[in-house]
Structures are given as C-alpha cells and as structure tokens.
Design a protein around this ligand. Structure first.
Ligand SMILES: [Fe+2]
Ligand SMILES: [Fe+2]
Length: 490
C-alpha cells in the first residue's frame, strides 16, 4: 500500500516537473520570438527611408526598445483576450509573423515620407489584419490591428498619426466584415460597406492633406473605392486560404466543407452506417443549439458532432442503430460482455485513426477521441456482473479509455450524444420526462468527473440543460393532427 502511494507520488512529481520544463521552454521560445521580431522591425526601420530622419544610435536603440515593449505587451494582451491563440505556440508565431511583416512592408514601401506609402499601408494593413481574422479569429485580429498601428505610428510625424487612425478604422471595419459575413453570408454587402469606409477615408485624407500633393493612386479611393475594397478582400481570403494548412488552422471554410454530407466520410457513413449517421445528425442539431447558448463555437461543435462516431464505419453491423436499416440481426447476445464491450469501445480509437487518415482537423479529432470520456459502458458492465457467478468484475475494465473532454465544444458533444441516445428509450416523451432524463445524465457525468478538464462552468451546464430540454422536446415529441375519416356515402 505504502509502496503504491510512494509510486504515485513519484508519478505526480515527474508529471509536474515535465509540465514545468514545458512551460519554461515555451516562455523562452516566446521571449526569443519577441526579441527577433523587435530586431527585424528595427532593421527594417533602419534600412527604410522612413520619415527621412537621421538614424542616430540613440534613435535606433530607442526604436528597438519600444518595438520589444510593444511586441511583448501584444503577447500579454493575447493572453488576456485570446487565450486559445496564446495557448498554441504555432498561433503565437503566426501572430508575430503578421505583427512584423505588415510594418516591414509598410516601412519598405515608403510609408512615413510619401502619401503613396500611406495609401499602400491603408490597403496592406487591413488586408493582413482581415486575413488574420479568418485564421485566428476576430479578437486576435483586433489586437493585431492595434499593435501594428502602434509600431507603424511610433517613429512617425503627426501626418503618420492621421494615417494610423485611418488604418485602425478600415482594419476594424474589415475584421467585422470577415467575422460576420465570411465565407458565404452577404459577401456583396461586406464589400459595399468596406467600399464606403474607403470613400470616407478618402474624404478624410482630402481634408487633412495638401491636395496638390495627392498622387493619382489617391483617386482610386475616391472614385473606385469598390476596387480598393475588392483587392483587400481578395488578399485577405488568399492569406487565409494559403496559410491555414501549413499552420494547422481550422478555418470556417474548412469546417463548412466538412459539414457537406454529399461527399467524403459523411457520405460513406450515410450509406454504410445509416443508423449511426442519422444519430450523428441529430446529435449535431442538439449540440449546435447548445454551443450557441453557452458561447462555444457552434460550427466546430456541429462538425465535431457529425464526425464523433465515424469509427463505427469499421464495423457498422455491431451497432444496434445500424442493424435494422442494414437488415442484420443483433450479434451481442451471442458474445461475451467483455468482447462486446471491446468491440463497441474500439469505435473511439478507430474513429481517431480514420480521422487522421483523412486529414481531419485536430479539433475534430479531439472531439472524436473524448466523446465518451472515461464513462462506464453500464449495460455490458451489469451484464458481466450478472453472468460472473461471483467472480470479480472490475468497473474500470468497462470504462472507455478517455481522455475526458478537453474543450467546451467536446463536452457539449459528449452531453448531446448521451441525451440523444437516452431520449430514444423514453416511452411517450414529453417535456417533463425529457427534463428529468437530461438532469440525470448531466448529474451523472458531472459527479463522474467528466467535465474536470474542459473548463465548462456550472452556470453553463445549467443553461445547456434547459436548452437541451427545449430542443429535444421539439425533436422527439409530436402533436399529431387527427385526420377525420372520410365516410363514403351510400
Ligand atoms: Fe460514440
Ligand atoms: Fe454517438
């Protein structure tokens, strides 16, 4: 007993030590990246004709120090407002690449000493920031827009300050357009709004600058703002499209492609495991509604739910929901409960394998891997107990291997999957019966510790419960209209 306890203490110590090393290495890498970013920015400032100022060693050192400060603050702000990006080193690097490359292009293009340079900055910076909206989300893009503007603005004269204000305006409008309307909704409207913003900016430039200095390119903003808006949009979409794969980022467009069931794995599932496919569609509907209620990502939750049981494609005939549609008999009564349990639980591992073979995004694979957490396969456990003749039956042998859900989205899919399976067994379902069943399942998962690692709160669980009750009542209770029998006369 004492040996086991000291062994577990050593295990905890080693785990904590590994975690500390990982955290320190990560912090060191982030600091090095910030240092390199500040050095690159200083170098580009030094080699450009920026503001035609004399580049004394003091100015260069001051620039380096302020760039390092700005880059470091931007990373700390990310930690506050964009935790998901901050927790992923690859995403931080991508953020820093944009934080450095956008000012770099702008410095080298001559911003700070020519109006052409400023106009170019008004196209390049919003385009980059909008690209980041598609890649890392709106909060990160807002942070990027602010800090890029600070970097560009620092070594500048007061004309530069006007440009910074304009840059922020057009970048913010661009972020909102991409976040709200991209990829399919009202794309024409977003280009129109962006065009109007460029037109307003053209008026502002006209009012604040010497009109005799304005170059021909300025008239692009005044007379053809739609071309400026279109170019910015095309560059932003190009950035999102080309950088998503190398940085392992799951964009909305990719998720929408994956939710199409007329091709790929979902199509295979609809033909080879029709019962599992139908259940997954129902789980997706319930989970998506839940995600909206608790401010999780509804699209990611929906797609995760659509693919959560993709592992059932390996042996569809062993799952009861496919036996009737495929015209097969139930094989489990003839199998031992342990073998049945092994066959059924393997759909999690096989789902992960199928997902990896088909290059599904990591977030979806995480949902597949954790959708049963470490829950108990109660039916086969109790069958094993009743058939054991007094022999020991370990509960742990009948639990799924885990891990427990690591994100709110994964926890929602787990709950939606459980309630969807349970509601089908209710006789004459109504709201009261559904609410009671949902309550039992939520409590069971909560006390079983399944939400320990995903950060979902009790308040969110209560909101989810209520939402699931409503959605399930809509899906599984029917008010039938009695059609009057038509009596034949005579
Ligand atoms: Fe499953
Ligand atoms: Fe399922």
């Amino acid at each position: 007993m004492a040996a086991a306890s000291s062994k577990s203490k050593t295990g905890v110590f080693i785990r904590n030590a590994k975690k500390n090393i990982r955290t320190n290495v990560r912090a060191l890498l982030i600091f090095l990246s910030a240092f390199v970013s500040a050095a690159l920015l200083t170098l580009s400032f030094y080699t450009s004709n920026f503001a035609q100022v004399e580049k004394t060693p003091i100015l260069i050192s001051a620039c380096f120090a302020i760039f390092l400060l700005i880059v470091s603050i931007s990373i700390i702000v990310l930690q506050y407002f964009s935790k998901k990006v901050y927790s992923n080193l690859r995403s931080i690097i991508l953020f820093l690449i944009f934080l450095v490359s956008l000012p770099l292009i702008v410095f080298l293009a001559g911003f700070g000493f020519s109006v052409e340079g400023m106009l170019l900055a008004l196209l390049i910076i919003p385009a980059g920031v909008m690209g980041v909206t598609g890649l890392l989300g709106a909060p990160t893009a807002f942070i990027l827009a602010i800090f890029v503007s600070l970097i560009v603005g620092f070594p500048n004269s007061h004309d530069g300050a006007i440009a910074v204000v304009l840059m922020l305006c057009v970048s913010f409008v661009g972020i909102i357009m991409i976040d709200k309307f991209w990829p399919v909704r009202k794309i024409a409207l977003s280009i129109l709004i962006l065009s109007l913003t460029y037109f307003v900016i053209a008026l502002a430039i006209f009012a604040r600058f010497d009109t005799s200095m304005l170059p021909n390119v300025y008239y692009l903003f005044t007379f053809m703002p739609i071309i400026a808006a279109l170019s910015v949009m095309i560059i932003a979409v190009g950035i999102t499209y080309f950088l998503a794969r190398p940085f392992h980022i799951t964009t909305k467009t990719r998720l929408m492609e994956l939710s199409n069931s007329s091709t790929g794995l979902l199509y295979r599932m609809s033909t080879e495991a029709p019962g599992s496919y139908h259940s997954s569609v129902m789980v997706a509907t319930i989970a998506e509604a839940g995600a909206i209620t608790v401010n999780a990502d509804p699209l990611l939750t929906r797609v995760g739910a659509l693919y959560h049981d993709i592992g059932k494609l390996k042996r569809p005939s062993f799952f009861v929901e496919n036996q009737v549609p495929l015209g097969l008999e139930n094989k489990h009564p003839k199998m031992s409960p342990r073998i049945s349990h092994l066959v059924l639980t393997s759909h999690v591992k096989e789902g992960v394998e199928i997902a990896e073979e088909n290059n599904l995004p990591e977030e979806i694979i995480d949902v597949i891997r954790s959708h049963h957490g470490t829950t108990l396969a109660a039916y086969f456990y109790h069958r094993a107990l009743s058939e054991s003749d007094g022999a020991e039956v370990k509960e742990s042998d009948f639990r799924y291997p885990g891990p427990k859900p690591q994100t709110k989205e994964a926890a929602i899919v787990m709950l939606a999957d459980s309630v969807q399976a349970a509601v089908k067994s209710l006789k004459d379902p109504n709201r009261a019966k559904i609410d009671e069943m949902v309550d039992n399942i939520f409590n069971n998962r909560l006390y079983d510790g399944q939400f320990d690692e995903c950060g979902i709160t009790l308040r969110e669980l209560t909101a989810l419960k209520d939402n699931f009750g409503k959605v399930l009542t809509g899906l599984y209770t029917y008010t039938r209209i009695e059609y009057p029998e038509v009596k034949k006369e005579g």
